[in-house]
Design a protein around this ligand. Structure first.
Ligand code: URA
Length: 212
């Protein structure tokens, strides 16, 4: 597993406003959207492309286009939904599948409550959207779900990660023969006793959708 922390002053600025507890949902949603687009630029560095012949107004030439099959973008419900538009801005022809996962707040384990994905993901590049890589349980389960269906290249896009979650993900994916990259805006200090990222930004779903 490769972890890429995107080091960019705009990412740092937007993340700081997101973290601020006084930032309200409408601003939070806009900033998350902008931040994901910046992360998406880095996350798509390995997107598969192929040569194509085109003719410009001046001359024929060879260009580059996204290869088939189309990449699949998978937001993990609920909070991953707040990252979808920001990702699709850069990959507008991607297919979108949905995975509903919920974390049991006592055991901190993830379970799947909904899925809308193609049965066969052979040869597909998947971009998983999950804002908070906290314990790593949800992301590990989502990645296993996708690779069990044949996905052969996974990039997770997260806003924040905790070192404990990255370590667990690395452990759980150790035997997996599929490249996994995690692209994140910042690696925070730790998890607290409730499984929240510290300093973090609180509950990403609640802050996106205005639940207090
Ligand atoms: N999920 C969140 O929304 N926030 C955290 O800090 C951890 C998990």
């Amino acid at each position: 597993m490769r972890t890429l922390v995107v080091d960019h002053p705009l990412v740092a600025h937007k993340l700081t406003v997101l973290r601020d507890e006084t930032t309200e949902s409408p601003t939070f949603r806009n900033l998350a959207d902008e931040l994901v687009t910046l992360l998406a630029y880095e996350a798509t560095r390995d997107v598969r492309v192929e040569d194509c012949a085109i003719v410009t107004p001046v001359a024929p030439t060879t260009g580059t286009k996204l290869a088939a099959p189309r990449p699949l973008v998978v937001p993990i419900l609920r909070a991953g939904l707040g990252m979808l538009d920001g990702m699709m801005r850069l990959l507008p022809t991607a297919e979108v599948g949905f995975l509903g996962m919920v974390r049991n707040e006592e055991t901190l384990e993830a379970s799947t409550y909904a899925e809308r994905l193609p049965d066969d993901l052979s040869g597909r590049q998947c971009y998983v959207l999950d804002p908070m890589l906290a314990t790593g349980g949800t992301l590990a389960a989502a990645i296993r779900f996708l690779t069990n269906r044949g996905a052969d290249h996974i990039t997770a896009v997260c806003l924040l990660a905790a070192p404990e979650g990255c370590a667990r993900l690395e452990d759980e994916l150790a035997g997996l023969d599929v490249p996994v990259t995690v692209v994140v805006a910042a690696m925070d200090e730790r998890l607290n006793e409730k499984g929240y990222i510290v300093p973090g930004l609180g509950d990403a779903g609640d802050r996106l959708y205005g639940v207090v």
